[in-house]
Design a protein around this ligand. Structure first.
Ligand code: AMP
Length: 397
């Protein structure tokens, strides 16, 4: 069976078609500038690539073009739509309405649209638009919603509650939900497999460090805490997001800068993080380059990122009462030896020893960078969120 994985943004739509027998990607691509002049689909399949420069006024047209590309000459990998067993849709926020992967029914669609949009106003409406477009074009194909938040649904109350009035949590659902759950789930399971242990035997801290970053505590295969919060703004500072900040400082800043509530949140999401600290870039490659060339603010941004990430590792080791493994994943976690070194340095007291030469190497697949005698294993594991979405969707069927 083949599963189509869809990740729809407000003006973009990425897809992968995965053969579940081999778990290999047979076709992939992305539409950009949907609803904006100059829309384009870049598609790969059959070892070939094709670019479609076609007007895509909405997601429905984009989906139709993707389905056309899946059958098209040169890059086509299927003969008929019937070969697609189901579609898995990535959904960023579930609130408390969905705890696990869910098959789409009219009622599910209603809850998604009526209850969850305000939890992720940039992401969930776009995903729902992509979903509706798929349902129109493929009315007989089962659709599944796979949530970024599901893996974190196992957190205990003491970890997910904020110190606000309990009735307000109940009334408004304001609590920690976390994000990047599919990634944390994938890499923690891969780590257990690599170490030859059952997930139940391990206490793992997973560091998903990318443009958005989150750190999770995974005890016995279950998430028990995570750094992102009600939205993906919380935790460590990120590319352009502030990470954790005193709410009073937000009110103070908003007043000084003449921003209303929404503008203040946009400011914290778009103008802060390492980009705000460095004044140079949100991209860690640029920060590395800047720091190397003597830019102190680039060096400071990197220092802050490493320090904050390290604090979460230490806090989660304490929360779990031990630590067997640290995993680095995503754009920065997989590709930046400097960040990994900055995070790991000084954690010897927890039993972490890493090999600087091994850490500096670039490899494909899982890479162990801890020394042989390190009590805590340190692994670099390429994440694969699409595969998790495909697996969850297949399992649901
Ligand atoms: P992601 O959100 O997981 O796609 O990660 C994207 C981020 O990874 C980029 O914004 C960069 O900051 C970072 N990144 C990618 N490649 C490298 C690299 N070679 N060294 C440092 N950072 C990198």
């Amino acid at each position: 069976m083949k599963i189509l994985v869809i990740n729809a943004g407000s003006s973009s739509l990425k897809y992968q078609l995965i053969d579940m027998q081999t778990e290999k990607v047979v076709a992939k691509g992305g539409c950009e500038r949907i609803g904006i002049p100059g829309s384009v689909l870049k598609a790969k399949g059959n070892g070939n690539e094709k670019t479609y420069e076609k007007d895509m006024p909405n997601h429905k047209v984009a989906i139709e073009l993707v389905l056309h590309a899946l059958k098209d000459e040169g890059i086509g990998v299927i003969k008929s739509m019937d070969e697609i067993g189901a579609v898995g849709h990535r959904i960023v926020a579930s609130g408390e309405y969905f705890k696990k992967t869910t098959l789409v029914t009219p009622e599910v669609l209603k809850t998604l649209e009526e209850k969850t949009f305000e939890l992720a106003p940039l992401h969930n409406p776009a995903a729902a638009t992509g979903l509706r477009a798929c349902m129109e074009v493929m009315p007989k194909t089962p659709m599944a919603l796979v949530f970024d938040t599901s893996f974190h649904a196992t957190m205990p109350e003491k970890a997910y509650l904020y110190g606000i009035a309990y009735e307000d949590y109940k009334e408004y659902g304001v609590r920690r939900y976390g994000a990047h759950g599919t990634s944390h789930k994938f890499v923690s399971a891969e780590a257990a497999k690599y170490l030859g242990k059952k997930p139940e035997q391990l206490k793992i801290v997973t560091c998903h460090l990318g443009n958005g970053s989150s750190i999770s505590a995974v005890d016995g295969g279950k998430c028990v805490d995570t750094s992102m919060g009600f939205t993906p703004l919380a935790g460590v500072l990120m590319g352009t997001r502030s990470g954790d900040i005193d709410a009073s400082a937000v009110e103070f800043l908003a007043r000084k800068k003449g921003l209303n509530h929404s503008e203040a949140v946009i400011y914290l999401n778009k103008k802060c993080g390492v980009a705000g600290i460095s004044g140079v870039s949100s991209d860690f490659r640029d920060l590395d380059e800047g720091a190397k060339n003597g830019n102190n603010r680039c060096a400071l941004a990197l220092d802050m990122f490493n320090y904050q990430t390290k604090k979460f590792v230490g806090a989660y080791a304490a929360a779990m009462g031990g630590l067997d493994c640290i995993v680095f994943t995503a754009g920065i976690g997989e590709n930046s030896p400097n960040v990994r070194e900055g995070v790991l340095e000084g954690l010897e007291f927890l039993g972490v020893k890493f090999d600087k030469n091994e850490n500096a190497k670039r490899t494909d697949g899982i890479h162990e960078i801890s020394t042989k005698d390190s009590k805590v294993k340190v692994l670099v594991i390429p994440t694969n969120e699409e595969l998790v979405i495909a697996r969850e969707t297949a399992a649901l069927l």
